[in-house]
Design a protein around this ligand. Structure first.
Ligand SMILES: [Zn+2]
Length: 344
């Protein structure tokens, strides 16, 4: 094996249908209303029932697609447990609906549950002004800052409810599913306590968004943690996962296609961020804001949602470089943070 990625099944299922992707595992796909237009979900045979992993964004057509799955793919068995990898709307969106429909418990990490509850209950709604200040500090003009502030108030559109109680999983938790042991491996940086599920016996990793084959998971500084360094956390998680996983496993990611070549992909993702850091260091030869760095790192045209991601991601690279001691952050008289290479 030359280490390059291999995609054993080239054609994904359509919403409402399922493809067996490994013994006891069904691959589902649901629509997303974004440029990234789909998410993969998984159903694991679990004795007399099923365990679902992730749930989809709360669209009417995704509820319909689930109903088709219930009718045609479950073999008359019930969904008895719902595991969610992390709090983002495409993953936890229909968890409230699914757990209620099947009277099934939600299994999730504590931080992901808390984030989902906070955002779904509007616990962050008072922070529109905070988000506008954050965007201003990052160098966006007033119009762009307002768009940024409003965009992030949308969580409940995709997540109408989050179960009021949960069963906690965390680093190293062993979960028996269908007679096989799955271990929880926590990743940070994309979400606060993202659960990946690894079955050594079957050679399978359900990776969530932590490791994706064709795109780089969004790593963003958040307005509610404006000094955060999520890229340091993400890179540390990649190093941990690299040490925990053998090279020949099948990876089931939340976006794109199932693949083999996990260690190669981990190395590619780390190299991608280090290359962006190198570009950022060059750009910091003169004082530069995160908004000014965006077009350096992202050369394609960005829609509104992507602009928000890109701003958070530009900050993530800058904060990482500050943490590594390569650049300094200076607050200007205009309230904008600018970053400057130490050697400059
Ligand atoms: Zn995510």
């Amino acid at each position: 094996m030359d280490g390059s990625l291999a995609f054993p099944v080239a054609t994904p299922p359509v919403p409402g249908a399922a493809i067996p992707i490994a013994p006891g595992i069904l691959w589902l796909r649901m629509k997303l209303p974004f440029a990234l237009d789909h998410i993969n979900l998984w159903l694991l045979e679990d004795g007399p029932g099923w365990t679902a992993v992730d749930t989809g964004f709360a669209l009417p057509e995704t509820r319909d697609a689930w109903q088709q799955i219930f009718a045609a793919e479950l073999g008359g068995r019930r969904i008895e447990r719902v595991i969610v990898t992390h709090y983002h709307p495409d993953h936890i969106g229909l968890a409230g609906w699914l757990t209620e429909h099947w009277q099934a418990p939600l299994w999730i990490t504590e931080k992901e549950w808390l984030h989902a509850r906070m955002h779904s209950q509007g616990g962050n709604e008072d922070s529109a002004a905070l988000r506008r200040d954050f965007a201003h500090r990052a160098g966006l003009d007033a119009d762009a800052a307002t768009i940024f502030a409003e965009r992030q108030g949308n969580y409940r559109r995709g997540v109408p409810s989050v179960p009021a109680s949960y069963h906690r999983i965390g680093e190293g938790t062993a979960i028996e599913i269908g007679g096989r042991e799955w271990r929880v491996l926590i990743g940070e940086g994309h979400a606060p306590e993202h659960a990946c599920l690894y079955c050594a016996e079957g050679g399978i990793l359900i990776a969530g968004d932590q490791i994706l084959p064709k795109i780089s998971p969004n790593i963003s500084v958040q307005a509610y943690e404006p000094d955060g360094d999520p890229l340091a956390r993400y890179l540390a998680s990649l190093t941990k996962l690299r040490g925990a996983l053998p090279s020949d496993i099948l990876v089931l990611p939340s976006h794109n296609l199932p693949f083999r070549g996990v260690l190669t992909r981990i190395d590619e993702l780390a190299a991608h961020h280090h290359a962006r850091c190198a570009e950022a260091v060059v750009a910091c030869a003169r004082p530069i804001s995160a908004a000014e760095l965006m077009p350096v790192l992202f050369r394609r045209r960005l829609d509104r949602l992507q602009t928000g991601f890109a701003l958070g991601e530009a900050l993530a690279h800058l904060h990482y470089l500050v943490g590594q001691g390569e650049i300094d952050r200076v607050r200007g008289d205009d309230g904008v943070d600018r970053f400057l290479c130490k050697a400059a």
